[in-house]
Write a protein that binds this ligand. Structure first.
Ligand code: GNR
Ligand code: NI
Length: 169
């Protein structure tokens, strides 16, 4: 298993739109395993392929208490079942040390494929719903700071550019 490098805001590669996956081979499973390993190492509850510079529609999530119940989502999409907006103080491994309140629909029905290409559905609420919506945003090049004011977003950008978290080229 390999630890993957996580891109940090404002890296332009975080703005790329990920492509659909249509080959379900061992390479895909290896990438998913590397992503899960990286996510656990960094104490995250979700990780989108975009964050590790792999621009294909793959997400790993684990919202379980003991981080022993991973979910692999390929080509995920959702419909909103309860459009009530719930606020949640979100963090992002690509925006280290910043936490911002984001409002998202409360309940969704998620459709996705598993690592064997089999179609699956899942109803999500609470932190799973929050996390999956946050991850699908990543696949579309969207970040949680896009939901806050441009002024606040620019302040976060400037701070991260000056901080040790951002790898200089
Ligand atoms: O680890 C993470 N925690 C988190 C907390 C609240 C809302 C969303 C998240 S996802 C984040 C990991 C990450 O950056 N995934 O893209
Ligand atoms: Ni994130």
């Amino acid at each position: 298993m390999n630890r993957l490098n996580i891109l940090t805001f404002p890296d332009p590669r975080l703005r790329k739109k990920a492509a659909a996956i249509d080959v379900f081979d061992q390479k895909l499973k290896d990438k998913a395993a590397d992503m899960l390993f990286t996510m656990y190492e960094d104490k995250g509850i979700g990780l989108a392929a975009t964050q590790v510079d792999f621009h294909h529609r793959l997400i790993v999530v684990d919202v379980s208490e003991n981080q022993d119940d991973p979910l692999y989502l390929v080509n995920p999409s959702f419909v909103v079942l309860d459009e009530t907006l719930d606020g949640y103080k979100e963090g992002c491994l690509s925006i280290p040390t910043f936490y911002e309140e984001v409002y998202r629909p409360k309940k969704i029905e998620l459709s996705y494929q598993d690592l064997d290409g089999k179609h699956q559905k899942l109803i999500a609420e609470g932190v799973l719903s929050v996390c999956v919506q946050h991850e699908i945003d990543h696949l579309d090049g969207k970040l949680m700071v896009d939901y806050i004011s441009p002024l606040k977003r620019d302040r976060i950008k400037e701070k991260l550019l000056k901080s040790k978290h951002v790898k200089k080229k």
